[in-house]
Design a protein around this ligand. Structure first.
Ligand code: NAD
Ligand code: NAG
Ligand code: NAG
Length: 453
């Protein structure tokens, strides 16, 4: 009979041995897990290096290293972050100089309307950061010239595409913009025949990535004012066009994407409480304008002695536009920004605290002018007779006439356009001949005006 002591001794020994076994196996385990850990670490570093070397970085921002210097690629990094110098430039450009000034992210800032709005905001003491992809839909050197002008007023333009949602989120989380003036888009009507997808990516997909980042990455959520278009009225016959008129007869893909934008805006307002204002611009023209628009390329052709094509409607009527001078539109944009209420959503896309503002305004001139009249004004200003080629308007996107009812904008933020087409074109031609270094004949209206100055 084994003594209890004996049993206890063998038991103790057994337990001690098993303890030793467990100890050594644990050591073995920890040693092998250390090895595994090191190997994983090395592999990860190797993979990251491989990624950096072989793939374009998701964040690619180019921006002038100083406000006036020519364009230069900036350092990019992974994970995405702005270099300290770029962060400083963004802060500098975005911070308002007046108390209770706005800090506005202007998309499409190297564009025609974007440049004028950015300047106007900065001049009254608001902070502005621009964003533009400088695409070559029209001569990018004009966009660079506008960028240089903004740089002279200490306004930074980030060279980036709105489809880069990583960049947008990072931008919104790194600076608390109070407002966004979203003007970047694929503009123009007839270009859709050549590049339909550019309208979808810049006017629909880009709008969604902007709204997404504004709703989910910004703290606080900014109020957004963005460019829709008079083209949403499509083939409507009722005149003038009022905001409550139907907009379901788009005549172009461009118009359809702007109309889609208005529907998307409704959704983001409803779900995320984004404060959203759509501005329906009516044929905006003026200095530093868009080379793809009739008043601009007519000027070029008339000066070069080349024929211009003027459209007439199928029933033989003049095509007419409610031409709106850029300074009037800028006042409208600033008025819309100043009266925009705060968004009501919570950062991260959480529930909204209540309904947010959702507005739509016409910004036009309220007096349509036939295109033939536009041409005769230009002839007078340039001192050159145009070679006119009048043809029936093809049904490829253009509408026969536009005419804005602006009483809503007048009532809500005192929008009153004051520049008629002759006065506005005079300013445009003065800029045009200066920018392109053209000498007008002394007989021209513009030359006479210049002498009087
Ligand atoms: N000028 C008009 O008569 C008129 C009329 C109605 C509506 N609009 C709208 O007003 C806004 C401004 O028009 P504009 O005349 O100044 O045009 P614009 O072409 O001069 O400016 C648009 C700018 O946006 C940039 N851009 C385009 N897609 C981009 C993208 N995906 N990412 C980053 N930048 C991008 C372009 O490079 C360009 O500089 C546009 O939304 C346009 O559709 C203009
Ligand atoms: C975004 O747009 C740029 C052109 O500006 C293009 O090179 C790039 O491929 C686009 N990226 C996506 C994800 O669409
Ligand atoms: C202009 O718009 C206002 C506000 O939407 C409307 O009340 C008015 O009837 C419109 N005027 C015309 C002439 O259509």
């Amino acid at each position: 009979m084994a003594s209890p002591a004996d049993t206890s001794k063998t038991n103790k020994l057994e337990r001690y041995n098993s303890y030793l076994r467990r100890l050594s196996s644990a050591k073995l385990l920890s040693a092998s897990s250390k090895l595994l850990f090191r190997a994983t670490l090395l592999a990860t570093i190797f993979l990251i290096l491989l990624l950096i070397l072989h793939y374009p970085l998701p964040l690619s921002i180019h921006s002038p290293s100083s406000f006036s210097s020519p364009h230069r690629s900036l350092l990019t990094s992974f994970p995405p972050s702005f270099s300290p110098s770029l962060s400083r430039q963004i802060r500098l450009s975005a911070t308002p100089r007046r108390s209770s000034g706005l800090s506005v992210l202007v998309t499409g800032a190297a564009g025609f309307i974007g440049t004028h709005c950015s300047l106007s905001l900065k001049k009254r003491g608001d902070g502005v950061v621009g964003l533009d992809n400088f695409n070559s839909y029209y001569d990018p050197s004009l966009k660079r010239a506008r960028q240089a002008l903004l740089a002279r007023h200490s306004i930074l333009i980030l060279e980036a595409d709105l489809n880069d949602s990583l960049l947008l989120s990072h931008l919104f989380s790194s600076y608390p913009f109070s407002h966004v003036l979203h003007l970047a888009a694929q503009a123009g009507v007839r270009y859709a025949a050549k590049n339909p997808h550019s309208y979808i990516s810049s006017n629909v997909a880009a709008l969604v990535s902007l709204f997404e980042s504004a709703a989910k990455s910004a703290d606080p959520q900014p109020a957004i004012v963005w460019a829709s278009s008079s083209s949403v009225y499509g083939l409507n016959k009722k005149s003038p066009f009022s905001e409550s008129d139907p907009t379901d007869n788009p005549a172009s893909l461009y118009a359809a994407t702007k109309k889609a934008g208005e529907a998307i805006a409704h959704t983001y307002n409803h779900i995320y409480g984004l404060s959203l204002t759509a501005l329906r611009f009516f044929t905006v023209y003026g200095p530093m304008g868009r080379p793809d628009m009739a008043y601009f390329f007519f000027t070029k052709s008339i000066l070069a002695g080349k024929p211009i094509t003027i459209f007439r409607t199928a029933d033989g009527k003049d095509v007419a536009r409610d031409f709106t001078y850029i300074d009037d539109v800028v006042k409208g944009c600033l008025g819309a920004l100043d009266t925009a209420e705060k968004s009501t959503g919570s950062p991260g896309g959480g529930p909204k605290s209540g309904p947010a503002q959702l507005r739509t305004y016409n910004l036009g001139n309220t007096s349509p002018v036939p295109v033939t009249k536009l041409v005769s004004i230009l002839e007078g200003l340039l001192g050159v007779k145009a070679k006119k080629n009048v043809v029936t308007m093809p049904t490829n996107g253009d509408v026969p006439f536009t005419h804005a009812n602006v009483s809503l904008a007048a009532g809500d933020f005192g929008y009153h356009p004051t520049t008629d087409l002759a006065a506005g074109l005079r300013k445009f031609v003065r800029w045009y001949v200066h920018y392109y270094g053209i000498k007008l004949k002394p007989s021209s209206g513009q030359a006479v005006a210049a002498q009087r100055l």
